[in-house]
Design a protein around this ligand. Structure first.
Ligand code: CAA
Length: 258
């Protein structure tokens, strides 16, 4: 599939996906959702990529939400199909075994924030604006926002953001625990690359196990979840990276993970 609404590039084992609808502030229309879906499906089989970065084209917007024009005159059944496709794509993105970073270069609203929350880490430009404004359209978030936002920031804060539909700046979003790092707009690309590069040099098997434990844990009781952690901890010993990491520590050297 050739893409036109997303731009996908791979360099030094980092695959970058840029949402490419600058005139519509990178809003997610059906074509963009389909292209993203295909791209994520391909990434799940791509052994060369070690880290994924998602960002938006231009200076103004990461993703300003679902494309509102596609809601006009649609029956609930067609809307259901579109939103399930977007949900399925974000679930697959969240389930990729490798780290995924949202590099938030501007407006990150509605479906845009929902996509960012399906990523593992979020770095934002200090100019970024974050929110779930769907209520202003007479809607609720539909691509995981009610669930992922409350898990990330707590039910009280999620209700505040979703009920009132107010947007917050990047620093406020960071204080909520919604964003990991805030940097200047000029530094965003470089700082994102630094984090991505550091992750490519990390032990990919252990990163995968850590992601699995953190993502699956909330579906279980605490006892079951920490038991799963023990199993995944033990599983790390089936990989040569542990030998490398432990030996390097004992020899006071830097590890060179495969
Ligand atoms: N869908 C479709 N088009 C959009 C859009 C969206 N979500 N957001 C912006 N655009 C379009 C505008 O219509 C405008 O197009 P034209 O030039 O053809 O008029 C263009 O992008 C530029 O936008 P503005 O002129 O509005 O730019 P601004 O700087 O004045 O405002 C903004 C920026 C505050 C982000 C404003 O555009 C806005 O509020 N956008 C809508 C945000 C929103 O409500 N998102 C949630 C969508 S619903 C959703 O996401 C459901 C879900 O859970 C999946």
């Amino acid at each position: 599939m050739t893409y036109s609404n997303i731009i996908v590039t791979t360099e030094n084992r980092i695959t970058t996906i840029k949402i490419n609808r600058e005139k519509a502030l990178n809003a997610l229309n059906e074509k963009t959702i389909n292209e993203l879906s295909e791209c994520v499906k391909n990434l799940s089989k791509d052994a060369d990529t070690k880290v994924v970065v998602i960002t938006g084209v231009g200076q103004k917007s990461f993703i300003a939400g679902a494309d509102i024009t596609m809601f006009e005159g649609k029956a609930p059944t067609s809307i259901r199909e579109i939103i399930l496709k977007l949900q399925e794509t974000l679930n697959k993105l969240e389930d990729l075994s490798i780290p995924v970073i949202a590099s938030i270069n501007g407006y990150c609203l509605g479906g845009g924030l929902e996509l960012a929350m399906a990523c593992d880490l979020r770095i934002a430009s200090e100019k970024a604006i974050v929110g779930q404004p769907e209520i202003k359209l007479g809607l609720i978030p539909g691509a995981g926002g009610t669930q992922r936002l409350s898990r990330l920031v707590g039910a009280g804060r999620a209700k505040e953001m979703i009920f009132l539909g107010g947007n917050v700046d990047a620093k406020t979003a960071k204080s909520f625990g919604l964003i990991n790092w805030v940097v200047s707009a000029e530094d965003l690309e470089e700082e994102t690359l630094k984090i991505a590069t550091r992750l490519t040099k990390g032990p990919s098997f252990a990163l995968n196990m850590a992601k699995e434990a953190i993502n699956r844990g909330p579906e279980m009781s605490l006892l079951d979840a920490i038991r799963m952690e023990a199993e995944l901890f033990a599983l790390c010993f089936s990989h040569e990276d542990v030998k490398e990491g432990v030996e390097a520590f004992l020899k006071k050297q830097k590890p060179n993970f495969k």
